[in-house]
Design a protein around this ligand. Structure first.
Ligand code: SIN
Length: 286
């Protein structure tokens, strides 16, 4: 017979690290019915570990939106196709016939906004039989690994970010078979952030440049910026700073854009993959 005590133990939420520096896998929880303590623990794990992965969930679109509202505001993505009746939900999709995927390179969502989105809640709706994983990188651990001299140099720099080269009418996606699905060709973005930010909740120093959207260091040309940017990207691409999310339909990842990069693997040609993403509003970075 199940006692109150064993029922409580069976439903206890467990948090397991996914790698040394980044990622927490959370089990024993239903994101539709969280108490305040469990929600606070999940939020803290996102801030401290960059990304949490919660398999085996069954959120409807309405429940996805309701869960996102618990975190604060929602930023409606200007580029991705919206999901039918739910403008808050952006679809990240690739069909059996498409070759290009969305997010198939290391990037930080929305660094091109002066007030970048805090993070995202991504739910897998349709997954390929194999592949289609998402990699995440800890940009706090990357910064920690640099020499004191380089850290000090970077602390004195700012960087310029934009998404125009990716999404505008003659940008990167327009040249691919994803071009017809994406919107916002006329939007222009330009933001300027410190290269080393302090995480707004934990105070940790984080390297805040990324290959997707960072153009140059402020006051430096692109040509002058590239050697140092490429050096930093090379450090961040080291596997020791990564974790990998392997999706099944229903699984959920929640990540913090301030402290992570991510990379959607494009290794499942001939199969559909459909993800529902809600982008969470953030704050200015210092
Ligand atoms: C994204 O870059 O937000 C997409 C991530 C994914 O599809 O795994």
């Amino acid at each position: 017979m199940q006692t109150m005590a064993t029922a409580a133990i069976e439903h206890a939420m467990t948090l397991t690290p996914m790698s040394e520096h980044i990622g927490t896998r959370i089990e024993g929880v239903d994101l539709r019915h969280l108490d305040d303590g469990d929600f606070a623990a999940i939020r803290q794990a996102v801030f401290e570990r960059g990304v949490v992965y919660v398999p085996g969930q069954q959120l409807t679109e309405e429940e996805h939106i309701a869960f996102a509202r618990c975190w604060g505001g929602i930023d409606v993505n200007a580029y991705f196709p919206a999901n039918g009746g739910y403008p808050e939900i952006a679809e990240v999709r690739k069909s059996e016939n498409q070759k290009t995927n969305i997010g198939g390179g290391w990037h930080t969502d929305h660094s091109y906004d002066q007030v970048p989105a805090m993070g995202s809640i991504l739910i897998a709706r349709e997954t390929p039989p194999a592949g289609g994983d998402t990699l995440f990188a800890s940009m706090g651990a990357v910064f920690d690994s640099l020499s004191d001299g380089l850290k000090n140099t970077l602390r004195g720099l700012r960087a310029v970010h934009s998404a125009d080269h990716i999404y505008k009418a003659d940008g990167l996606y327009a040249q691919t078979d994803q071009g017809a699905d994406l919107k916002g060709h006329d939007i222009r973005t330009l933001a300027n952030h410190p290269v080393v930010i302090r995480h707004p909740k934990t105070g940790r120093e984080i390297l805040y440049v990324n290959p997707g959207f960072t153009l140059n260091f402020e006051g430096w040309t692109r040509e002058e910026s590239l050697p140092l940017l490429k050096h930093l990207y090379g450090v961040a691409e080291r596997e020791e700073f990564h974790c990998r999310v392997q999706w099944q339909p229903g699984s959920v990842a929640i990540w913090d854009n301030r402290s992570t990069w991510h990379y959607a693997m494009n290794d499942y040609h001939g199969h559909r993959r459909l993800m529902h993403r809600i982008t969470l509003s953030g704050e200015a970075l210092e």
